[in-house]
Design a protein around this ligand. Structure first.
Ligand SMILES: [Zn+2]
Length: 276
């Protein structure tokens, strides 16, 4: 017996019991439509909802469920099962991550997405565990004054509590480290971060953007933090303090500005005066 009117390659998918006999026949005038297009049995005699096959050429045809099942056994996609599998795959992806317009993704895209979100999730869990395991204790956080005075050490007990937070911390909070403004900018900043009793030299790289001003040249600002690199270092040693004396000769006009600057920078100064 010949299998049917179509090669399985011509059929995209089949939905069994897809439509009621009345629904299938409504508006159809061709007598042929009363009978299975494959085996010729009368739908009313069979008494089951009609199966619908969607062809790859864009049209669809009705057939009885028995004939439809034969195509499915040959390897044609069972539409209902396909939808169930697809929904299952979508649910699996969504379990890990909310994805916009996920309904529009193809099967292959969804499968790839599932691999990616699973990997992302694994990495997240691994990182959370490493952060938890590397938390310093209260004693470790203590900081000697010379580290603050001489090295301007960066320490944030709340948001920088582990080596595994360094990159994200500065990617998110690195903006304010940069000195940018009218006519000046820096593209990278190096600092020493203290996390518990460990020390890291951190380099933060920024992408700088600029615009021309009507007056005064270019205005620069940090467009984004590009990357963060770090390396663990030894505890910085206490430097011998060396003091310098300067004698500055200046007129009344600049005096206030200079003294203000000294005060701001904690520079000691002795004021004197002369006429010559
Ligand atoms: Zn049939």
């Amino acid at each position: 017996m010949m299998m049917g009117n179509y090669k399985k390659e011509e059929i995209d998918k089949i939905y069994l019991k897809a439509i009621s006999i009345g629904g299938w026949l409504s508006g159809k005038t061709n007598k042929k439509e009363f009978y299975c297009s494959e085996c010729g049995k009368n739908y009313e005699e069979i008494g089951e909802r009609v199966a619908r096959a969607f062809l790859k050429n864009g049209t669809n045809i009705g057939m009885c469920n028995e004939c439809g099942r034969k195509y499915i056994e040959l390897g044609v996609l069972d539409g209902r099962q396909g939808n169930r599998d697809r929904q299952e795959l979508i649910d699996k992806v969504l379990y890990f991550k909310k994805i916009r317009n996920i309904e529009d993704k193809t099967w292959d895209e969804l499968s790839q997405l599932l691999i990616e979100v699973k990997k992302e999730n694994d990495e997240y869990i691994k990182r959370q565990r490493l952060i938890k395991e590397s938390q310093p204790n209260e004693e470790d956080w203590k900081i000697e004054q010379y580290l603050i005075d001489q090295y301007n050490i960066y320490q944030d007990k709340k948001y920088l509590t582990s080596e595994y937070e360094i990159k994200e911390h500065f990617l998110e909070n690195g903006y304010y480290l940069f000195e940018c403004g009218q006519g000046y900018y820096e593209e990278e900043v190096v600092l020493i971060a203290k996390i518990g009793k460990r020390f890291f030299e951190v380099t933060v790289y920024a992408e700088i953007d600029a615009s021309w001003q009507d007056r005064g040249g270019r205005l620069y600002w940090v467009e984004s933090i590009e990357k963060v690199e770090y390396v663990e270092i030894d505890k910085p040693i206490k430097k011998e303090e060396v003091y310098y004396d300067y004698s500055i000769k200046m007129k009344e006009s600049g005096k206030e500005l200079l003294e203000e600057y000294f005060k701001r920078k904690n520079i000691e100064f002795i004021k004197g005066g002369s006429n010559g």
